[in-house]
Write a protein that binds this ligand. Structure first.
Ligand code: FAD
Length: 393
């Protein structure tokens, strides 16, 4: 396969590169200050680039898949997130735009675009993760409301979110996928309890969310009752593409190469530089191969096809490469990772012994372990690849 960018695409790449480099020169990187980041957000909003995947109909730039790809790579190589707006932007907005009513779009999209309303994803439950159709949180009709009872788990960012997009069971059906509906739930509604689940990376991002007789207006249902599974499946494809994390791996490998080139790297001090460098080269090669797979999916998208199971290959291999990149950072830092503390994770941590990044990378290493679980485990991705790509039974 050969994939060449057109002249217009090359020009677009130059435009993006100079915009990103102009705002984030080496002396003022992304983590420089919140005010500097806010200026970036404002400038993207002013250009109509804040929601880079949205069509012009919804206030986005209407970019092609290739332009989106270029945007993602150019931002990532400067350590700048491609997307603003969290889960609402990444996961809910395509569903709202595809299946929501005009009223629902008008009510929720502006808050997502302006980064003013935080959303979380309420899918997983105890006993319903990989086998999501086993979910038991019920929503029973009562007048103009659903009454929701049940429990969600592993809900990222529920403690800071204003709203949850959620899968609930509205009917007991023989085919379990058929009785599921897609609800938008205001988390300030009485009857909702949110409990933290601390994680090994020292952070609080996961939660348990309990619903006890929570009244949700029927108008908060997306699309038709009982079709939530169909809408959610589309959403998971979006999630899996994002979870390939190729941009993050590129950023990490480039940064590690820069750090290793410096005199005072821990890799050198730990006496393991040679093996670190050869592992880094292997990783970079595999990353290029995965990029080629992404480009293949991209050319299918541009041709109007749905990449489908490719996203599982990207997710599976992408998670493995992120984990290898974070492990390599840790090995390069050697014993300097020992003073891993909550404080050391702060981007402006001072007075840490060893390279300034060493202790901080421990947290990234630990959170990287979740890459092979969140959004569908490695085993489930392998099953999808076996059935749909290799057509094995
Ligand atoms: C950091 C993180 C953030 C998350 N954020 C969210 C969120 O915001 N919202 C949300 O709804 N969920 C979230 N999740 C939950 C995530 O989607 C589930 O953890 C995931 O789908 C796996 O489900 P489970 O944990 O119930 O494990 P299980 O499904 O119980 O799986 C346990 C093990 O069995 C294996 N297994 C299961 N079924 C099969 C099979 N058929 N064949 C082979 N092996 C199998 C799995 O691969 C796994 O190794 C998050 C998870 C993590 C780790």
């Amino acid at each position: 396969m050969e994939y060449r960018f057109t002249k217009a695409e090359e020009d677009f790449r130059k435009e993006v590169r100079s915009l990103v480099a102009g705002h984030f020169p080496p002396s003022r990187p992304y983590n420089d200050s919140p005010a500097h980041r806010q200026e970036w957000v404002n400038s993207l909003l002013a250009r109509g680039w804040a929601a880079y995947k949205w069509s012009t109909e919804f206030g986005g730039p209407g970019w092609s898949a290739t332009q989106r790809y270029i945007w993602e790579r150019e931002t990532a190589s400067n350590g700048v997130p491609a997307q603003l707006g969290g889960m609402g932007m990444m996961m809910l907005s395509p569903i709202l735009q595809g299946y929501g009513s005009p009223e629902q779009c008008a009510r929720h999209l502006p808050g997502i675009l302006g980064n003013e309303v935080e959303w979380c994803q309420g899918y997983s439950e105890p006993g319903a993760g990989s086998d999501l159709a086993a979910l038991r949180t019920r929503a029973d009709r009562d007048g103009n409301d659903y009454v929701v009872n049940g429990e969600k788990i592993w809900t990222s960012w529920a403690h800071i979110a204003h709203w949850m997009f959620c899968l609930v069971r509205t009917q007991e059906t023989e085919r379990r996928q058929e009785g599921i509906s897609f609800l938008l739930i205001d988390l300030s509604t009485p009857g909702i309890t949110i409990r933290p689940i601390p994680t090994i990376d020292g952070m609080h991002h996961l939660n348990q969310v309990i619903f006890e007789n929570v009244r949700v207006p029927i108008e908060n249902r997306i699309g038709e009752e009982g079709l939530g599974w169909t809408y959610a499946k589309g959403l998971l494809t979006h999630e899996r593409t994002g979870l390939a994390n190729i941009s993050l791996s590129i950023f990490l490998t480039r940064r590690l190469r820069t750090e290793l080139a410096k005199q005072d790297t821990a890799g050198e001090e730990a006496g393991s530089e040679e093996s670190i460098l050869s592992r880094l080269s292997e990783l970079e090669t595999e990353l290029s191969a995965l990029e080629a797979t992404e480009l293949r999916a991209l050319s299918e998208l541009e041709a109007g096809e749905v990449p489908g199971p490719y996203t599982s290959i990207l997710k599976l291999k992408g998670s493995q490469l992120v984990q290898r990149a974070t492990t390599l950072f840790l090995d390069a830092a050697g014993f300097w990772t020992m003073p891993f503390t909550r404080e050391a994770q702060a981007w402006n941590a001072l007075s840490m012994p060893g390279p300034e990044w060493a202790a901080r990378e421990v947290s990234r290493y630990f959170s990287g372990r979740a890459a092979s679980i969140a959004g569908g485990t490695d085993e489930i991705q392998r099953e999808i690849i076996t059935k749909h790509v290799l057509r094995l039974k």
